[in-house]
Design a protein around this ligand. Structure first.
Ligand code: UDP
Length: 335
């Protein structure tokens, strides 16, 4: 298959491009590099021995998308391109609604023009909102969330479902990710956000590398076994492989399917910190701070549907995630 990967230079996108190329598919990356480095394309080539075609363009740019489809016979699209910082989305909601919704709609319009009917979309466990109880299942109501970033995911899911109703020969797979962490085993690709990280693992990486003084654990008085929040952390390479399975499924199916990608296990912040220290043989300075607004105490996936429908399940351990995250963080710190 020849696959257009929007946001293919980003954290999850770049790992997915590697898996696509290594599985013998062709990849075309479109990324405006607003939160990624151009060097990622070189690194993908170093890892795979193959260089994906690369377009430095905004996904809201319909003409740029048309050009990609003109220059390549694209069979399917994986749509990652989006803003993803929860806190920023609260401060600048219009920026998030404009970018994330416009990108998705523009992409769908151009796909319709050229007759491309296979789409895998980056959704998120955030669509389950605060009302549902873990483990989250795809048949639970998924219409509540707590911030504009999350709402863009809910809204794009809705748009895709409505689009499929109007175009029943289209296939849209809505992958609801839990918490991807970890990095490529080469140490060349990983999560390296601009500025001070918001997410737990990149923050831990910077503390371990001595670039930040200490981790603050946001609250230890939650109703969980050790009082810290629990999340379903999954290795980004497992997540990338999940996209391949979704593409293969989409190739001979029609309709819209929401599918969780998670391990099915909740891990607390303290468990993650301890695993990171142990596997990497280092001490991570941390303090307990107040709760962070909007954090849910605990959630994880019911991954049954991914196994049944896609034949996918996570294979990497928490130790793999901690080891590869540190390998990548060390490399970043040396840059
Ligand atoms: N967290 C933390 N300190 C940090 C960043 C995150 O204690 O500096 C906690 C946070 O409260 C949550 C977990 O780590 O329980 C995962 O947070 P992240 O932002 O990575 O993911 P999300 O909140 O979107 O699940």
């Amino acid at each position: 298959m020849k696959v257009l990967v929007t946001g293919g230079a980003g954290y999850i996108g770049s790992h997915t491009v590697v898996e696509l190329l290594q599985a013998g598919h062709e990849a075309v990356v479109l990324d405006d590099l607003s939160n990624a480095q151009a060097d990622v394309i070189n690194r993908i080539e170093t890892i795979t021995g193959r260089r994906p075609a690369f377009y430095e363009n905004d996904c809201k740019d319909a003409d740029a998308l048309r050009r990609v489809f003109r220059e390549h016979e694209i069979d399917a699209v994986i749509h990652f391109a989006a803003y993803k910082a929860v806190g920023e989305s609260v401060r600048e909601p219009l920026k998030y609604y404009r970018n994330n919704l416009d990108s998705a709609i523009t992409l769908l319009e151009v796909m319709e023009e050229v007759g491309c009917r296979k789409l895998v979309f980056s959704s998120s466990a955030t669509v389950y909102g605060p009302e549902n109880e873990a483990p989250y299942r795809e048949d639970m109501p998924a219409l509540q969330t707590s911030n504009p970033y999350g709402w863009t995911k809910v809204m794009i899911e809705r748009i895709l479902k409505d689009y499929v109703t109007a175009h029943p020969d289209f296939c849209a797979i809505l992958l609801r990710y839990f918490n991807p962490i970890g990095a490529h085993e080469s140490g060349l690709l990983g999560d390296d956000p601009n500025g001070i990280p918001n997410n737990l693992m990149p923050y831990i990486g910077r503390v371990a590398a001595g670039q930040l003084e200490k981790l603050t654990i946001f609250g230890d008085d939650y109703p969980t076994p050790d009082g810290t929040c629990q999340r379903d952390y999954l290795h980004v390479v497992d997540l990338a492989v999940g996209h391949l399975r979704a593409l293969e499924y989409a190739a001979d199916h029609e309709g819209a399917e929401a599918i969780n990608l998670g391990t099915g296990h909740g891990v607390s912040v303290l468990e993650l910190v301890n695993a990171f220290q142990k596997v990497n043989e280092l001490t991570l300075p941390y303090v307990i701070g107040p709760r962070r607004d909007g954090d849910l105490p605990a959630f994880w996936a019911d991954p049954t549907k991914a196994k049944e429908v896609l034949g996918w399940e996570a294979t990497h351990t928490l130790e793999d995630m901690c080891r590869s995250s540190w390998l990548y963080a060390k490399n970043c710190a040396r840059k």
